[in-house]
Design a protein around this ligand. Structure first.
Ligand code: G6P
Length: 612
């Protein structure tokens, strides 16, 4: 959802900004732009990806030790050269980049138009920078104060960075609802949407809070104040991320790397938390709230996208193990339907990025109604992580491919640990069963390694389906969310229409779609409902659909019925999502690669959706 980078210091700004944009391209990639000061303000913008910007500026003046840069995911105005950021003020002295949406931009624009301002773009961003200049002129304030006054007038979300021709050594930035990190180097500062562009220069960072303004000036200390004019002491944190986590390490795509990282990312999610030998599950982050979770009358899980699918697995886990009723809600629906929430409710918010606007708003609503909020986030220090009462980080490492893979399995791992811990406290599982499940969970990373061995087979299989127009994914029980997640992966990156369905529901509608052209992926690893899944496969076969079945190693019956089978190792039914998801991720990946789609940056999508 737009990536922003800023630099001020003694080095040439442009190479730092450009590299930063590449690192943030997962956030949006429909247009890009950059502005540097060197006496003059040189600004270059293009439609398309960062590489197009790089080509466009070749041979042009990019000198200067201060600058700002942006990679966009369009909200207001189509992606084109004019709507790309930065945007200039009327005088051309100020330039600004922005992530977020200014909701009341239309009324501000109208007012500015009556006062003779002209606009070259359709963006809300241009309105905000004009407003800032208008305040500077009319109220005779400096830039910092004008930014502060302007931000008190706007409604919406923003992370902004402003440069001014009159201050060739200063950046003014602010955030509300969209993330912004300040990197503190030696006599130099970096600003970015996340730490990825900063990591190779410094590990000292300050995460800005909502409604804070930061001023960074060469040879001066960082200054932070709120938009209500209260000074704040910057809280400097040390980054734990390392550079290799941000690189492809020999893989063709980040997505493939992240799929193959799952044995270690799942292990990292469990590290220090699960001890099968001692028979313990410890989640330090939620220990203070465990009692409350144990006594909860109900758990509501809120999330979006892939994280919502992890939430569905969580529902099955908590109900089966801890016998607590669970509702799983799309955050966007939850927040607008006046939900019934009480102080006895536990809300679990799941988010890879920790920045999803709908999830954040849903948390605020539930908090205001007195619920206890537990977070499951991947990005440390993210807005959602900070908005919850307590939580457990997934520790899956940075996920860069837009289609979420390792974050999903890490979320499911944390949900499993949480459900097991609460079940242990409630006494809803026997001691021996508890120990058995812990040992099996501990074995999962190695079994994922095994599950990944189908890669070559999936590659062959993918060839058969690159021209398919539709796919159906079916599963029952724990495999129903797996089917939905498999379908989502395929449509996100290959643009083939795919639907995930509870297998038994197929006969109430989707069965009408089945003919010899229709590939149907059936996740058929179930133990409890094995016979039922077989009946569903028969129903598809009777209509000549092509069956791709995910089966447990050694399965015979499904193998005979299915056109193609992919095996995963045997495990406990409730842990199957951690294994059965893997071949589905690979299937989507290989089909998308063969269709020559941009796997890591699929069209129209963004990794982190910080707008509604
Ligand atoms: C976007 C991403 C999805 C992700 C969803 C929720 O749509 O493209 O991959 O699942 O947001 O994101 P979150 O960061 O809250 O898990």
């Amino acid at each position: 959802m737009c990536g922003i980078v800023g630099y001020v210091g003694s080095k040439e700004a442009f190479p730092i900004l450009l590299k930063g944009l590449y690192r943030l391209e997962y956030r949006g990639y429909d247009s890009a732009g950059v502005a540097m000061l060197n006496g003059k303000l040189n600004m270059y913008k293009t439609k398309g990806k960062v590489s197009e910007l790089e080509n466009f500026v070749k041979g042009k003046d990019t000198s200067g030790t201060i600058g700002i840069a942006h990679t966009r995911w369009a909200t207001h105005g189509e992606p084109n050269n004019v709507n790309a950021h930065p945007h200039l003020s009327q005088s051309g002295k100020l330039a600004m980049i922005h992530n977020g949406i200014i909701e009341n931009y239309a009324s501000i624009k109208e007012e500015l138009l009556t006062r003779g301002y002209t606009f070259s773009s359709d963006t809300d961003t241009e309105v905000l920078i004009q407003l800032i200049e208008d305040i500077m002129v009319n109220e005779k304030t400096d830039l910092e104060e004008a930014v502060r006054i302007a931000l008190n007038q706007v409604v919406g979300a923003y992370a902004i960075v402003v440069i001014s021709k009159e201050h060739p050594d200063m950046l003014v930035a602010a955030r509300k609802g969209s993330p912004l990190v300040v990197g503190i180097g030696e006599d130099e500062f970096f600003l970015a949407s996340d730490a990825a562009p900063i990591i190779e220069y410094t590990k000292d960072v300050v995460y800005l809070n909502d409604e804070e303004i930061v001023v960074v000036k060469k040879n001066e200390k960082i200054r932070i104040k709120t938009i209500k004019n209260q000074l704040k002491t910057p809280y400097v944190q040390t980054l734990e991320m390392n550079l290799s986590q941000l690189e492809k390490s020999g893989y063709a795509h980040f997505m493939l790397k992240e799929i193959f990282e799952q044995p270690s990312s799942i292990l990292d999610s469990m590290r220090g938390r699960l001890n099968a030998r001692e028979g313990t599950v410890k989640l330090g982050g939620i220990s203070e709230y465990e009692q409350k979770m144990k006594n909860a009358k109900r758990i509501i899980i809120i999330a979006c996208g892939t994280s919502w699918h992890a939430g569905l697995v969580g529902e099955y886990l908590f109900e089966e193990l801890a016998r607590t009723p669970v509702e799983v809600e799309y955050a966007s629906e939850f927040r607008y339907r006046n939900p019934i929430i009480s102080e006895d409710d536990i809300v679990i918010a799941i988010s890879q990025s920790g920045e999803t606007a709908d999830t954040l708003a849903a948390i605020e609503l539930a908090r205001a109604k007195g619920a206890t909020i537990i977070g499951i986030c991947n990005v440390v220090g993210s807005s959602i992580a900070r908005a919850t009462h307590a939580g457990s980080y997934t520790h899956a490492g940075p996920e860069i491919g837009v289609a979420s893979t390792k974050a999903f399995t890490a979320q499911v791992t944390i949900l499993t640990l949480m459900a097991l811990r609460i079940a242990e406290m409630k006494g809803t599982v026997s001691k021996s069963r508890f120990h058995q499940l812990l040992s099996e969970l501990e074995a999962i990373p190695n079994k994922v390694k095994d599950a990944l061995k189908v890669d070559d087979q999936v590659k062959e299989l993918a060839k058969m389906f690159i021209y398919a127009r539709n796919f159906l994914y079916l599963g029952r029980g724990y495999n129903y969310p797996v089917a939905m997640e498999g379908a989502l992966k395929l449509k996100e990156i290959s643009y083939i229409h795919a639907e995930g369905y509870p297998a038994a529901e197929m006969k109430h509608g989707p069965i009408a779609l089945i003919d010899r052209e229709m590939p149907v992926v059936v996740v058929a690893t179930n133990k409890g409902t094995y016979e039922k899944v077989i009946s569903n496969i028969q129903e598809v076969k009777a209509r000549k659909g092509k069956i791709i079945a995910i089966v447990t190693k050694g399965d015979k019956t499904v193998k005979e019925l299915a056109d193609y089978v992919l095996e995963v190792p045997e495990t406990e039914e409730m842990l199957v999502p951690l294994l059965a998801t893997v071949p589905l991720q690979l299937l989507a990946y290989h089909i998308a690669v063969m269709r020559e789609c941009n796997v890591d940056q699929p069209r129209n999508l963004a990794k982190s959706v910080t707008v509604e």
